[in-house]
Design a protein around this ligand. Structure first.
Ligand code: UDP
Ligand code: MN
Length: 536
């Protein structure tokens, strides 16, 4: 056989051929599960399913475990891509950790890998049970996967979370590359090869597919569209929440081929491939992180700071059911996520951790009470790998980020001396958004940072500023104009904190004043205590 050249289609055949699919079946081809009138029993089943899993399990249970996702609609550059047989693509173990996953979503994930990953490259699928309590995930699952011969179930004796569950999978993995996946995914054709090819090219690359949405209501897969003009990447805010953003305009313009990877400051962390030896080299995971959350940012900062790279490979597309909220409760609730975040901040963020502590005051408590466990091993790792500092990361990997003051000029609750009330703005539906006006509240208070650039930033989001539009008395909360590469604050958002504790706005020349319980700007007058503000 000719060893040179590219893999043939025959050589990249999957482990299992899909049984013939009825194109009219519910959800076939990645289409939405059709609507119809439900009987009272069905309606109850649907509601119960939602309550349990936070997605439409009723629909999922009625969609084929083998459904295909229809025509390959990726960009022509992706369809043209061929993979060199020499040096060849590495083998991979697919590791899927789960906790109380529904039967249909878990098995559809497994089949989707078996029907799409080239058999020659797929060493095994490892299902790691994080001590689920649901019956269907016990002997029924063991018996079922036995006939799939390259699928194995491993079990954590007690629930410890996805981090240690993944590590358990890694311990058992025989493939050269580790591929992690959530337990409610579906793979688009050709998803695996581009991930593995990039690792051959760059062994220190941690590569993520483009994650496509499987709708949590109707299980429709959002198919790739060759005309997609946008690319997203991962970011974070100073509360250390992960988020998505468009890639910078210049980068978008420089793209000449869809097969090119996208560098990303952070990644979602549920779906990715990494060389097994590199995973070991770079310090696996922080094993003392518990249950869920923070491990993706920890890995993002660590990989970049220690010489690797995190990328999204747009030709690799995997669907994932995004839910509106987490279906599982955690022991000790959210404090456990915060604890994970404090661990990563303490190890990787140097003094920028203080910006995080101000944005998430609960973290401050965890830090002060020293209840985040021992991080000395992780700090040693950072030293051993001679990693860059966080300021390097911000400058080189995420120059678009807003970099807060490590210690702002002033910080605290803003008290109006005359009215004994605090500057306060209501948040809307759990999100911090610009709001038209401020109130002065006698009970509730919020924390503000008076920055070295003389802005008044709402500490909790770090991206909203006290804003006075010229010619208007009312002050509002608006997006801070100073961010990332925009280095100048807008005069509407510049406030001079005077010697007698007034806040004088540069644009209007007026002072922050409380009038009838509302916060406005008015002409500055020397003896007016309703213009006097203290940081508490
Ligand atoms: N998971 C787990 N133990 C937990 C929480 C989650 O094993 O305590 C699994 C879960 O089944 C899923 C993966 O970890 O396969 C990621 O969790 P999830 O999908 O809830 O996170 P999301 O995708 O919503 O961020
Ligand atoms: Mn998930």
């Amino acid at each position: 056989m000719n060893r040179a050249g590219f893999y043939t289609e025959e050589e990249l055949k999957p482990h299992l051929q899909r049984p013939p699919q009825d194109p009219g079946a519910p959800g076939a081809g990645g289409k939405p599960f059709g609507k119809r009138r439900l009987s009272p029993e069905e309606r109850k089943e649907k509601i119960d399913g939602f309550n349990k899993t936070q997605f439409n399990q009723f629909a999922s249970d009625r969609i084929s475990l083998h459904r295909d996702l229809g025509e390959d609609t990726r960009h022509p550059d992706c369809l043209k891509q061929r993979f060199q047989r020499c040096p060849g693509l590495p083998t991979t173990s697919v590791i899927i950790v789960f906790y109380n996953e529904a039967w249909s979503t878990l098995l559809r994930t497994v089949y989707s890998v078996l029907h799409s990953a080239p058999a020659a490259l797929l060493t095994e699928i490892l299902l790691v049970d994080d001590a689920s309590t649901e019956d269907h995930l016990k002997t029924r699952l063991d018996d079922f996967v036995r006939q799939l011969n390259i699928v194995r179930v491993l079990r954590q004796p007690e629930r410890k979370g996805l981090i240690t569950a993944r590590l358990m999978g890694v311990q058992a993995a025989q493939g050269e590359v580790l591929t992690f996946m959530d337990s409610h995914c579906e793979c688009f054709p050709g998803w695996l090869e581009p991930l593995l090819a990039r690792i051959v090219e760059r062994p220190a690359a941690v590569v993520s597919p483009r994650i496509s949405t499987i709708d949590h209501n109707d299980l429709k897969l959002k198919k790739p569209d060759p005309n997609w003009l946008y690319h997203v990447r991962g970011n974070f805010n100073w509360k250390l929440q992960f988020g998505w953003e468009l890639i910078p305009e210049e980068e978008r313009k420089e793209r000449t081929n869809e097969t090119h990877p996208i560098r990303t400051p952070t990644f979602a962390g549920g779906l990715f491939s990494i060389s097994k030896s590199y995973f070991q080299h770079i310090g696996t995971y922080d094993e003392q992180m518990e249950f869920w959350g923070g491990e993706n940012l920890e890995m993002s900062f660590r990989v970049w700071q220690c010489g690797g790279q995190i990328e999204i490979i747009p030709c690799s597309v995997v669907g994932h059911i995004f839910r509106l909220k987490n279906p599982h409760s955690f022991p000790r609730g959210n404090t456990m996520i915060t604890r994970n975040l404090v661990r990563l901040a303490e190890v990787w963020m140097d003094d920028y951790k203080f910006a995080f502590y101000r944005s998430r005051r609960q973290a401050n408590l965890t830090f002060l009470q020293n209840s985040y466990g021992d991080v000395s091993e992780r700090r040693k790792l950072r030293k051993r790998l001679k990693c860059q500092n966080f300021s390097w990361y911000l400058r080189n990997i995420y120059p678009e980020a807003y970099v807060p003051d490590i210690r702002p000029v002033k910080y605290g609750k803003l008290l109006n001396v005359a009215w004994k009330c605090y500057l306060y703005v209501k948040k809307t539906k759990n999100k911090w958004k610009p709001v038209p006006e401020f109130k002065c509240n006698t009970a509730a208070a919020q924390y503000f940072e008076y920055t070295s650039r003389k802005e008044l930033r709402l500490s909790i989001s770090n991206l909203l500023c006290l804003h006075a539009t010229r010619g208007r008395a009312r002050v509002s909360l608006d997006f801070c104009r100073l961010k990332g590469r925009v280095t100048a604050a807008a005069p509407e958002q510049v406030w001079i904190y005077t010697e007698n504790n007034k806040l004088k706005n540069t644009s209007s020349g007026k002072c922050l004043t409380v009038s009838q319980g509302t916060v406005i700007v008015a002409a500055c007058k020397s003896n007016q205590v309703n213009q006097t503000w203290d940081f508490l």
